[in-house]
Design a protein around this ligand. Structure first.
Ligand SMILES: [Zn+2]
Length: 220
């Protein structure tokens, strides 16, 4: 039986780091739609090439194509496993699609973790981020400062802010996320699947909170 756990969180909430931590402490198959799309494109698979046509034009990959890629991923994996979805679903439509995919494989969603932090915290995390232009090492002005301002500790390369991480862009990304996920949050809350996690606290503590609330894995 396929059991799914979903991580839902705004940009800056720490989804990626928490997903890595969860994978280390529990047995999960990690599904990131972004990674899957990139792999499909790189491997030149038919679904990947169709998705690339949209991405090249700066358009969102349509839901039905994403659903097919996820179906392929589920069918390529073990029949009984725990899956961790990160960054998907993003809309209520996608959530219904995922329910149908799982139901057709005798599976279901066990828990949805909503990573919550104040807007001020999310903005501070993202706007303070600096990335090395040479080796892509990530720093943070306050949390992980480089030894010398604007210079990478590891390779001496210049540190820059990504255009996506300026305060104005971050505020816009947060607003888009809020509008996109409002319905999704209500959808899962109504089914008693939603658990709210304080993502403004230390990452280790947020991870411990998630692990405490993880449903016990049902033996196959
Ligand atoms: Zn560097």
């Amino acid at each position: 039986m396929i059991q799914a756990v979903i991580l839902l969180g705004a940009p800056g909430a720490g989804k990626g780091t928490l997903a890595e931590g969860l994978k280390r402490s529990a047995d999960f198959i990690h599904v990131s739609t972004g990674d899957m799309l990139r792999e499909q494109v790189k491997a030149g698979r038919p679904l990947g090439l169709r998705a690339k046509a949209y991405m090249d034009q700066g358009e969102l990959v349509p839901d039905d194509l994403i659903m097919q890629i996820i179906a392929e991923r589920l069918d390529g994996g073990p029949a009984a496993a725990r899956y961790l979805f990160d960054g998907f679903p993003r809309t209520t439509e996608q959530a219904r699609g995922l329910d149908a995919l799982l139901a057709a494989r005798h599976g279901g969603i066990r828990k949805v973790f909503l990573l919550e932090a104040s807007r001020a915290t999310l903005v501070a995390r993202l706007a303070g981020r600096r990335v090395c232009q040479q080796c892509a090492a990530v720093y943070h002005l306050r949390n992980i400062p480089p030894r010398q301002a604007d210079v990478c500790d590891q390779c001496g390369g210049p540190l820059r802010q990504r255009p996506d991480d300026t305060e104005a862009t971050v505020l816009n990304r947060l607003e888009v996320f809020r509008q996109q996920t409002e319905g999704l949050i209500a959808y899962y809350a109504a089914r008693g699947l939603l658990a709210r996690i304080d993502a403004g606290q230390q990452r280790d503590q947020a991870l411990a909170d998630i692990i405490n609330l993880l449903p016990v894995a049902t033996p196959p």
